[in-house]
Design a protein around this ligand. Structure first.
Ligand code: AMP
Length: 377
């Protein structure tokens, strides 16, 4: 059991040391918090943002050293092995959000089954365990459809779109060896949305305004939040969905739910039991950022207001970065560099642009597009 007398109430342990951990540390520093991260890489983005324990996220000894003496253990990556996080909980450490949230989010089938059991709309889906199972699933669901790995896929990786019967064989060739699969009906969505919510230890829940997201090649490119895009009916529906999830999971912290808007009906795609890329705009655009509220929640503090301060657009920097000085010359533009080596398809930073109104936001975005390398965003 951890010894309470040696616990530092302002020390937060984070499993994972990527950019989400970095932004948690940036939000926590002014609150007097300090951080210990666990990451396999000594060059992790959080290396200069706190103490870094270098080790795999399944390494029991490294997990114990990371959690030792901290007020709470959280995670910034949903791939953290649930057994490792559970062993910390069994040893007496507070782990927030719940291990169950981690487990559910690691398997698209469990996630979809949970959504369905809570009355949250989802596209038709079926588990696929072998080649004949894929044929049966195609018969049941129809085409077009998307074949996805149940576990471990992210940013569109581990996914194949099937347009017609001729695609079934190649899809199986591509993913048949990749572990258990799920076939989902293709959703002819009008737009992609996400709702970011936070729940406190006392069960208080707040949501930020609805975010409109654009993806390309399965990777999030932009997130936009304006009063106009925050449709009241859709927002009420999204808040109802996410509220059910948070309560069911006895959740503490920030959770993101990705949604498809299909003719005014919301279908849930997936959830992330952590701070989320589509919530980065909250640093500049909301009264309290997703990072600060995640920390407040897991520390057992009251939540801060989640209201929109200014219309905002976040543009991901994928593979390369713009000139920092050029971004600095644009009023309302804020660059965040993650300190990662540049690689095609890798999220290496983002820019959030805020403005007092939508017209000025578009002007500033046009200025931003002029200085972004063509492959970004
Ligand atoms: P995911 O990894 O499930 O978030 O998928 C990445 C992106 O692929 C989504 O943000 C969508 O743009 C697209 N996508 C995934 N599943 C579907 C689907 N069933 N129908 C249409 N587009 C999808």
């Amino acid at each position: 059991m951890s010894n309470e007398s040696t616990i530092d109430p302002l020390l937060i342990s984070v499993l994972g040391g990527g950019q989400l951990g970095m932004m948690l540390a940036e939000a926590g520093a002014p609150l007097g918090m300090h951080f210990r991260f666990l990451d396999p890489s000594p060059q992790a983005p959080t290396a200069t943002f706190g103490e870094l324990i270098v080790g795999t996220l399944g390494d029991t000894d490294a997990l114990v050293r990371t959690a030792q003496g901290s007020a709470v253990v959280t995670y910034e990556w949903e791939g953290v092995p649930a057994t490792g996080a559970a062993s910390l909980e069994s040893a007496g450490h507070l782990v927030r959000p719940s291990i169950r949230a981690l487990e559910v989010s690691q398997d698209r089938l469990s996630e979809k089954n949970l959504f369905r059991s809570l009355g949250i709309g989802v596209a038709e889906f079926a588990a696929v365990d072998d080649r004949s199972g894929l044929d049966n699933a195609v018969d049941a669901i129809g085409l077009p459809a998307v074949l996805k790995t149940r576990c471990g896929g992210y940013d569109g990786k581990g996914q194949v779109v099937l347009q017609d019967r001729a695609d079934v064989g190649p899809a199986w060739e591509a993913l048949g060896e990749a572990g258990p699969l799920i076939l989902e009906a293709w959703v002819p969505f009008d737009r992609e949305l996400s709702i970011i919510a936070v729940r406190s230890v006392d069960g208080d829940t707040l949501c930020w305004p609805l975010v409109t997201n654009e993806h390309r090649d399965g990777i999030l490119r932009t997130s936009t939040v304006t009063a106009e895009g925050d449709n009241t009916t859709l927002r009420a529906s999204a808040e109802k969905y996410v509220g059910r999830l948070l309560d069911e999971l006895d959740y503490v912290g920030v959770l993101a739910l990705e949604l498809f808007d299909v003719g005014g009906q919301l279908l849930a795609n997936e959830m992330a039991p952590r701070v989320h890329n589509s919530g980065h705009w909250t640093i500049e655009g909301a009264s309290t950022s997703q990072f600060e509220n995640h920390l407040r929640a897991i520390a057992g503090w009251p939540l801060g207001p989640t209201t929109l301060k200014m219309p905002s657009v976040m543009v991901n920097c994928i593979g390369s970065l713009p000139e920092a000085a050029a971004i600095g010359a644009i009023t309302g533009a804020h660059l965040h560099v993650y300190g990662k080596s540049l690689r095609p398809g890798r999220k290496v930073g983002h820019v959030t642009v805020v403005a007092p109104d939508t017209a000025q936001l578009h002007e500033r975005l046009t200025a931003l597009r002029e200085v972004l390398p063509p492959d970004i965003g």
